[in-house]
Design a protein around this ligand. Structure first.
Ligand code: PMP
Ligand code: GLN
Length: 378
């Protein structure tokens, strides 16, 4: 068999979590919360199972969940998505991203991807014959250079993928960035995939500028989101996609054959749980305290950093410690020092100018204290 993805290896999240387990290291590599889901939400899932939500859900998702999402998006971002035709519940954001790409990208189409980028974008494009057009973002700001983006657009550009708050840098796009993007895409047929899985994990009073807020972006955008991030339930693999009806129609043609529907009892539970906005409005504060604790404990260490503005990740610069490449150093930290992180080269961050590892701070205060103790000693 000739591989369709000759350059794709096993995802780093699998590799590092396995290494962490083998060496009994504190695992700040793969991004997942180290604390439990709200017992109230667990109880709602139990009840949904008892009430019989155990067979296939409707293909686009449970109507009550789509309705509550439509209300939430309208309240937060002042944009109306019709639950019937413009919202689909997916098996996590990963499936939403893959489906949006599968439904739109043909061989030879170019897709602009900012690097460093979350690792699922590139293979999803390539498996359908699309060509990734990378744009390197520069540390520590990781913000777009509009002249460079403009220069990369060709007649073959089919899609541009953005991700704010940004994994792995924690950068948050400003309103001005979104306005610039809107201007750039005006009068083009270029689609937008806006990966907004960290929409509720945002710090220092910053605001999430969803693509849905900008008419010129929303009209061409697939917006992907994940309940896993918002409700500490990454293993539930439940998310959703928002898109205008014409795009959603194509999305669902693929969705119905790559998963058909997502987990039914969890959708039923979420439909009720989402009725209370405090279930996600408390997140910025919750995670900002985690970030601040982790960073305060790292003061005086040899690691340097720019505080993350969103997501539950923090990049740490180790250039004062070693010349090793990031993969070698991340492995050594795991095996010898018992702390696992993610090397940023796997997100295709230019390694000539950067010595950065990504650490997940979605952990108990106790775990963060133990992790910081190790990092202080290096
Ligand atoms: N996009 C980004 C930027 C992510 O960080 C993640 C998960 N870490 C996903 C998408 C996938 O989300 P899910 O787990 O809901 O598939
Ligand atoms: N999104 C998570 C991260 O960035 C991991 C998701 C996964 O393991 N596929 O760490």
């Amino acid at each position: 068999l000739t591989s369709k993805l000759p350059n794709t290896k096993t995802t780093i999240f699998t590799v590092m979590s396995k290494l962490a387990q083998e060496h009994q290291a504190i695992n700040l590599s793969q991004g997942f919360p180290g604390f439990e889901v709200d017992p109230q939400l667990i109880e709602l899932v139990n009840q949904a199972m008892k009430k019989g939500y155990n067979q296939y859900a409707p293909m686009p998702g449970l109507p009550s969940l789509r309705e509550v999402l439509a209300e939430k998006v309208e309240r937060l971002y002042q944009k109306t998505y019709h639950p019937e035709s413009e919202i689909t519940i997916t098996a996590g954001a990963t499936q939403a991203i893959f489906t949006a790409i599968a439904a739109t990208i043909r061989p030879g189409d170019e897709v602009i991807v900012f690097k460093p980028a979350y690792d699922c974008y590139e293979p999803s494009i390539e498996v359908f014959g699309g060509k990734v057009v990378p744009i390197q973002l520069k540390a520590p700001e990781f913000l777009p250079d509009w002249d460079e983006i403009s220069a990369k657009i060709t007649s073959k550009t089919k899609m541009i993928i953005i991700n704010s708050p940004h994994n792995p840098s924690g950068t948050v796009w400003t309103k001005e960035d979104m306005v610039q993007l809107e201007k750039l895409l005006k009068n083009t047929d270029i689609l937008l995939l806006s990966d907004e899985v960290y929409e509720h994990i945002i710090f220092d009073g910053k605001k999430h500028h969803s693509a849905s807020r900008f008419a010129g972006l929303a009209e061409r955008a697939f917006i992907t989101a994940s309940f896993g991030k918002t409700f500490h339930a990454t293993g539930w693999k439940t998310g959703y996609c928002l898109a205008p009806a014409t795009l959603m129609k194509e999305f669902r043609k693929v969705h119905q054959f790559n998963v058909f529907c997502s987990n039914h009892p969890i959708q039923a539970a979420l439909a009720e749980y989402l009725l209370k906005p405090e279930h996600y409005e408390t997140l910025p504060n919750f995670y900002q305290q985690k970030r601040d604790l982790f960073l305060s404990l790292l003061n005086g260490s040899k690691f340097t950093f720019t505080p993350s503005s969103g997501t539950y990740f923090q990049l740490l610069d180790y250039s004062k410690i070693t010349d090793e490449d990031d993969v070698a150093f991340a492995e050594r930290l795991t095996t010898a020092h018992k702390i696992a992180s993610i090397p940023t080269s796997v997100f295709n961050l230019n390694q000539q100018d950067n010595k950065l590892l990504r650490f997940c701070f979605a952990k108990t205060d106790d775990t963060l204290k133990k992790a910081a103790e190790i990092l202080q000693a290096i």
